[in-house]
Ligand binder design. Structure first.
Ligand code: ATP
Ligand code: MG
Length: 425
């Protein structure tokens, strides 16, 4: 036999027994964003490499080591998108969606990062991103966070998630802090790991994010960013906190939360869980007032977040709160060649009468016994058996597969009534 070809490591097939849960999650999300007045935008999966370098930042994990970058046939450097915000801003600028106006946008789709695959961390994964443009005040930061809190309630996982909040303040304030932090870290250089030494000059704030336990004590004693907040950023943060308090959304201030992308200022936040091991961040975001300008648009305040759907699906499995799959409801078993065309017609007639009813017409022949086994395995509620005698008498023999009940013989009106009574539609 020919050798089978496998999927690329870290790029997963989402199999039929999983897609029901994915679809349920996606529809809850669609309903949620619509209820806050956000419109969907769909961007290409491939962009010019320059877009991500300029937005995410040259000295970040993503750009330094995680991007799938390749040369197009004409030598242009392209990259599979590692995240959606840069593309969303690029599209907004390109189509004039952001100029002197407010936009509330969302998107969903695959992202690509060359990381070490493990539970909750893959090379192709899926994000839902929500972005708001043109609003500088903290009311919109609050709205986005309140929206995510509602989503956790809708999904039944609110108890498993906590909100961490920080402010990166203004670029100017952060620059002063950066100097103080660099001075401190230089004094403790012997304790820094290899990555951190490299970042010391290029991106010292990212060192705060390190999970290396050997550096934990030294980092907790480092100067605090909040001591350097400018007055406006402090007021912005306080306004956000007051709004979260009013909405009953609890949070903790995490001074070491700096996020892995360079474009953030002021508000940054993460929703974290301890039910997924090391991959504990389910949703992350913040304000990025500089990015639209940095990508060639007119300066426009913006704030957004992205959440990882694989991690949410894992949480839903643990909490067991969403349906697993939309199984077949009605299985039509076919008794002999002469029953095939009538059975096909019955299947179509059922779909005409009950849009949305999940009807599986048996194909490929075989006796009733084997067909009923398949019906059972497919999870069907009832099987309709159509053999020559049923066709001659215009009746349907219905077998209940999920309850102990005698099979019945009904006419078309009786079949419709039975489906209604069972609540299949
Ligand atoms: P992490 O610290 O886990 O690497 P990150 O800060 O790189 O996350 P973001 O770029 O903020 O992640 O992406 C937002 C969300 O997307 C994350 O909180 C996570 O849920 C999800 N995510 C990011 N990278 C991956 C991945 N490789 N596999 C699965 N989900 C991911
Ligand atoms: Mg990462």
């Amino acid at each position: 036999m020919a050798k089978q070809i496998q999927a690329i490591r870290g790029m997963n097939d989402i199999l039929p027994d999983q897609t029901g849960r994915w679809q349920a999650l996606e529809s809850v999300i669609r309903r949620l964003v619509a209820s806050y007045g956000y419109s969907e935008i769909r961007m290409p999966i491939v962009e010019q490499t320059e877009l991500f370098k300029r937005s995410i930042g040259e000295v970040t994990d993503i750009v330094e080591k995680e991007m799938y970058t390749f040369d197009d046939r004409n030598g242009e450097s392209l990259t599979l998108r590692p995240e959606g915000t840069a593309s969303c801003v690029r599209a907004g600028n390109q189509h004039g969606l952001l100029y002197n106006q407010q936009q509330r946008l969302w998107y969903m789709g695959p992202m690509f990062r060359y990381e070490r695959p493990q539970k909750g961390r893959y090379r192709q994964f899926h994000q839902v991103g929500v972005e708001s443009f043109g609003i500088a005040s903290a009311d919109i930061d609050a709205e986005l966070i309140i929206m995510t809190a509602r989503l956790w309630r809708d999904l039944g996982i609110a108890d498993h998630l906590t909100l961490e909040l920080n402010s990166l303040a203004s670029n100017e304030a952060r620059a002063v802090y950066r100097q103080a932090l660099t001075d401190y870290l230089r004094e403790h250089k012997e304790q820094l790991d290899e990555d951190s030494v490299r970042r010391l000059e290029s991106n010292p704030l990212r060192i705060l994010d390190s999970k290396n336990p050997a550096m934990a004590d030294m980092l907790s004693a480092a100067p605090k960013l909040s001591a350097y907040w400018d007055d406006e950023s402090r007021a912005h943060f306080q306004s956000l906190c007051a709004r979260l308090d009013a909405a009953g959304v609890p949070y903790t201030l995490n001074e070491r939360l700096v996020r892995g992308l360079d474009y953030y200022n002021r508000t940054v936040f993460e929703w974290v869980t301890d039910s997924l091991g090391a991959q504990g961040t389910v949703c992350a975001g913040g304000r990025y007032d500089g990015l639209v300008g940095q990508l060639g648009g007119k300066d426009t305040p913006a704030v957004g977040f992205a959440m990882g759907l694989e991690r949410l699906v894992l949480m839903l499995e643990i909490a067991n709160t969403l349906p697993i799959a939309d199984t077949v409801q009605v299985y039509i078993a076919v008794g002999g060649d002469n029953a095939e065309l009538p059975a096909q017609a019955v299947a179509e007639k059922l779909r005409d009468h009950f849009p949305g009813l999940r009807v599986h017409l048996h194909c490929g022949g075989g006796n009733f016994g084997r067909q009923l086994k398949r019906a059972d395995r497919a999870g069907a509620t009832i099987a309709i058996m159509l053999g020559e005698s049923e066709i001659a008498e215009s009746t349907f023999t219905v077998k209940y597969l999920r309850e102990q009940r005698e099979q019945v013989s009904v006419n078309w009106a009786g079949l419709q009534a039975l489906i209604e009574v069972l609540g299949l539609i």
